[in-house]
Design a binder for this molecule. Structure first.
Ligand code: OGA
Ligand code: MN
Length: 216
């Protein structure tokens, strides 16, 4: 049995699946191996500014409009780096774990590092609109060691309808947030320090999601 399929992973996957059924989201403080969290932090710190690009909003090409909505710099994870590959593998075993438990038909996973410089934000948004995307489940994983409450930069999660936040998550190293992409509006508040995260999405196969009746 390889380490990704160890019983402790299965317990974490149980926990995630239960919470998704229960309330559609969860916040987990130490779901991933600590060594992986710190390797990813090292990795993002060794990447240069040129490796990142300004994040866009949907198909929006207007940089001015973009920067009123989100101000993070992103870089997609790839298998060519060991720590990035380990994260992608962990998420792939979570994908299989969720499919086994909930039959969600998650087909693949994509994720990017995000760097929010001090003062950068991402205004309230939904990651997916029902029926218009194949992104069904969002993950956000935080890499910031020794994050202080006074640093700000919380992820604020709202209910499907209403303006009263249901969660405020500090972006502290090791915290993983998972939520149904079309259910929870959320925003990133500006921080006083550099803020590093990995935002990712499990997707369903568009041709299965939209066109072909899956076999029963
Ligand atoms: C996103 C996002 C949240 C975060 O990239 O869509 O909402 O805390 N990120 O980085
Ligand atoms: Mn988002």
């Amino acid at each position: 049995m390889n380490s990704l399929a160890s019983p402790s992973h299965e317990l974490v996957f149980d926990h995630i699946a239960d919470a998704l059924v229960d309330k559609g989201y969860l916040i987990l403080n130490d779901g991933l191996p600590e060594a992986l969290t710190s390797a990813l932090f090292q990795r993002i710190n060794h990447l240069n500014d040129e490796d990142f690009r300004r994040a866009g909003v949907g198909r929006e090409q207007d940089q001015h409009l973009n920067s009123r909505i989100r101000q993070d710099q992103i870089r997609w994870l790839e298998h060519s780096d060991v720590s990035e590959s380990a994260y992608l593998h962990w998420m792939d075993s979570l994908r299989e774990g969720i499919n086994r438990r909930l039959f969600m038909g998650l087909f693949d996973y994509e994720c990017h590092f995000a760097h929010y410089a001090p003062g950068a934000f991402y205004k309230r948004h939904l990651d997916a609109f029902r029926g218009q995307t194949n992104r069904v489940l969002t993950t956000v994983f935080y890499l910031n060691p020794q994050w202080q409450q006074s640093d700000g930069g919380e992820l604020v999660i709202y209910p499907e309808a209403g303006d009263h936040p249901i969660e405020r998550v500090a972006p502290a190293a090791g915290t993983l947030v998972v939520f149904l992409s079309d259910r929870f509006p959320h925003e990133v508040l500006p921080a006083k320090a550099d803020r590093f995260s990995i935002a990712g999405w499990f997707r369903v196969n568009a041709s299965i999601g939209n066109q072909i009746d899956p076999p029963r």
